[in-house]
Design a binder for this molecule. Structure first.
Ligand code: NDP
Length: 319
């Protein structure tokens, strides 16, 4: 670790996270003259950077890629005075005011208010073999890794929109894609589920759970998955070279544990209809506090609300 440095200035607002929520908060806070610092985190742009075309964000009737959209968000935020930094927040102290924030380069920052927009990350099954074979055929991002499975057999695990999107995207590469879902009905939206069910390259294993991922940490990597039908108890091996886990997300709230009220899954609790957290002056928006809607457009909307809440709160301090 390098030497500790301290940023002596007290910033009006620091925004943690740079997905649709964080960058929309940055646009609004910038336009309100709050000169927000934005700590972008390990994945600048957030989850949309690993998605395919976004077809449901209003204003883009022909769709737009996630990375193009986030570049536009960032450009707009910078235009209004936001300062993005490629830094990750490692620790905070919200028990003191101004609040203290530490980043991965060992710098300490002081802020009058904070907007948390750290989003959520992909969940894994928790199998030992899954952990062992990450990078050897196990992935949670088809956009990042799909290209490696040209003309190969691929498995996708999950039944939500992410699993559908991953499976459809992977048909561009794989010779066959098998979706494994633990129930007999997809959770995904009807339109996405139907595209998957009708796709000639996609096979579906219903009522099935993955018991083990087979393979070694060598050039060949993953060779298959062993699945079990939960209704019949029968096991079966599906040969494949790639396994894409698409079973939902976990909120990125670890640095704030013990400092803010959270639910059992780690989602930050906000006062209904606002972005206000359990600590005055700390606001949360986007997927780190929303397990219901989880859309780019709702995240952006709550980012806007967070910036407005911050501005009003800072005004009460001055009054
Ligand atoms: P979801 O929570 O919607 O779905 C997760 C899926 O994984 C479910 O089918 C669930 O099964 C299954 N699952 C969860 N845990 C396990 C486990 N341990 N073992 C096996 N299966 C498991 O997450 P998504 O990431 O798919 O979607 C999140 C949100 O983002 C949703 O609101 C979705 O609509 C949205 N989204 C929208 C997109 C778009 O519009 N283009 C694209 C991607 C996501 P079960 O159904 O049995 O609970």
């Amino acid at each position: 670790m390098g030497e500790k440095t301290q940023n002596h200035e007290t910033h009006k607002v620091i925004i943690i996270g740079s997905g649709p929520a964080g960058l929309t908060a940055a646009i609004y806070a910038g336009r309100a003259g709050l000169e927000p610092l934005v700590f972008e985190g390990q994945e600048p742009g957030g989850q949309l950077m690993t998605t395919t075309d976004i077809e449901n964000y209003p204003g883009f009737p022909d769709g737009i890629t996630g990375s193009e959209m986030m570049d536009l968000f960032r450009e707009q935020a910078v235009k209004f005075g936001a300062k993005p930094f490629f830094k990750t927040v490692t620790n905070v102290d919200f028990s003191r005011h101004p609040f203290l924030i530490w980043t991965d380069d060992n710098t300490e920052y002081h802020a009058m208010s904070v907007i948390i927009a750290t989003g959520a990350s992909a969940k894994y099954l928790g199998l030992k073999s899954e952990q062992k074979l990450r990078g050897y055929g196990v992935s949670a991002c088809a956009i990042c890794d799909g290209f490696f499975y040209k003309d190969k057999e691929i498995v996708v695990i999950g039944g939500g929109d992410t699993a559908m999107e991953e499976a459809l995207f992977l048909t561009h590469f794989g010779k066959k894609v098998t979706v494994i879902h633990r129930r007999d009905k997809f959770r995904a939206s009807k339109i996405m589920a139907e595209r998957v069910i009708k796709h000639p390259k996609i096979d579906i294993k219903w009522d099935s759970v993955v018991e083990d991922i087979l393979g070694e940490q060598n050039q060949q990597g993953v060779t298959g998955v062993r699945i079990k039908n939960v209704k019949t108890g029968q096991t079966e091996i599906i040969p494949c070279s790639g396994v894409f886990v698409a079973i939902g997300h976990k909120p990125n709230s670890d640095p704030f544990k013990g400092q803010l009220d959270m639910d059992d899954a780690g989602y930050i609790i906000t006062k209904p209809g606002t972005t206000v957290t359990s600590v005055d002056g700390i606001f949360a928006c986007g997927n780190v506090q929303d397990k219901v809607y989880r859309q780019a457009v709702t995240a952006a909307g709550s980012g806007c609300a967070a910036a407005i809440d911050v501005d009003r709160w800072l005004n009460t301090l001055e009054a």
